[in-house]
Design a protein. Sequence first.
Length: 46
Amino acid sequence: MVTRKEYTPQRRANRKYEEQNKEKRKAKSGNFKTMIPRDLFDEFCE
């Protein structure tokens, strides 16, 4: 059974930051996790 870690003030701040900046990061990069620059990502997709 997997248990979640306790919500600390820092964890809450990190989650709030991610929610606020997720769209901005997606627009800037091709893949949310790898952070490939958008121009390089577009070149790969062609």
